[in-house]
Design a binder for this molecule. Structure first.
Ligand code: NAD
Length: 258
């Protein structure tokens, strides 16, 4: 990619997204970070240095994403989009307080799946204006989760949102192929990020039992390495790639009655 190459990274102020932004910078790509917190945005730019840019906004918001895309396309050709915006969630279908909140279910699907689709549709339109470079106009990478495949008890909403990302990968890639745009999804296992730093010690010990090899949590830089490879390798398209050290999550804590 050329020095005029720009990438949009949603959720890029922390965790996996921040690692992706750092890696892209090293590869000569200007990352435009979309995030909801001005303070975290400032902190991310300080950490990254270089020509990185921050746009405050919500990945679910049409105008926010359009603004971030304006900033990106003013800077150069938008050749890559990496969707890292998302949030974990856990609640049983029927818990002590009654049935799962329908509002919560909708919110989780919106935060993870609708946000990614919103960015895909708006970014793809911009990428279509790019002149082809090595027979490609752009690549979109979405971040799902291993919960899309082996979600635990309490992950119905989160697994549904991430499963939706996996399922839309091929139809998106099929449609956007005509515009020379690739779509790939990455499904991470357990990675050390601020989102998981809040996991209680006991829950973390339970998750650790599912580790296979390597018996440790991933470094966000390892996730970023995979994303950088996907961006650079034109043969990877329409696929979901797990990066999880072969973890297969156990069912999780069962309700007492079972
Ligand atoms: N860390 C892991 O082990 C792990 C495992 C599987 C999947 N994931 C997925 O990877 C992605 C990144 O997670 P992370 O662990 O780096 O967490 P993180 O909390 O460090 O990063 C996620 C970022 O996305 C931002 N964000 C959330 N919703 C947003 C929205 N609507 N608009 C803009 N920004 C928004 C958050 O504010 C945060 O900065 C998430 O989609 C998460 O579900 C992470």
């Amino acid at each position: 990619m050329t020095s005029a190459t720009v990438a949009l990274v949603t959720g890029g102020t922390s965790g996996l997204g921040l690692a992706v932004a750092a890696r892209l910078l090293r590869d000569g790509v200007t990352p435009v970070i979309l995030g909801r917190s001005e303070e975290r945005g400032r902190h991310a730019l300080k950490t990254l240095g270089g020509p990185a840019l921050f746009v405050r906004g919500d990945a679910v918001g049409e105008q926010d994403v359009a603004r971030a895309l304006d900033v990106a396309t003013e800077r150069g050709h938008l050749r890559a989009v990496v969707n890292c915006a998302g949030a974990p969630h856990a609640a049983k279908v029927v818990g002590r307080a009654g049935p799962h909140s329908l509002r919560d279910f909708t919110d989780v699907v919106t935060a993870n799946l609708v946000s990614a689709f919103n960015v895909v549709r708006l970014a793809a339109e911009r990428m279509m204006a790019n002149p082809p470079l090595e027979q490609e106009r752009g690549v979109i990478v979405n971040t799902a989760s291993l919960a899309a495949f082996d979600g635990q008890i309490g992950q119905a909403a989160y697994a549904a949102s991430k499963g939706g990302m996996v399922s839309m990968t091929l139809p998106l890639a099929r449609e956007l192929a005509a515009s020379l745009i690739r779509v790939v999804t990455v499904a991470p296992g357990f990675f050390e990020t601020p989102a998981v730093a809040a996991v209680p010690e006991e829950a973390r010990r339970e998750l650790d039992r599912d580790l296979l090899h390597p018996r440790r949590w991933g470094d966000p830089a390892e996730f970023a390495d995979l994303v950088a490879h996907i961006i650079g390798n034109p043969m990877i398209n329409g696929e979901t790639i797990r990066i999880d050290g072969a973890v297969r999550m156990s069912p999780g804590r069962r309700p007492r009655s079972s």
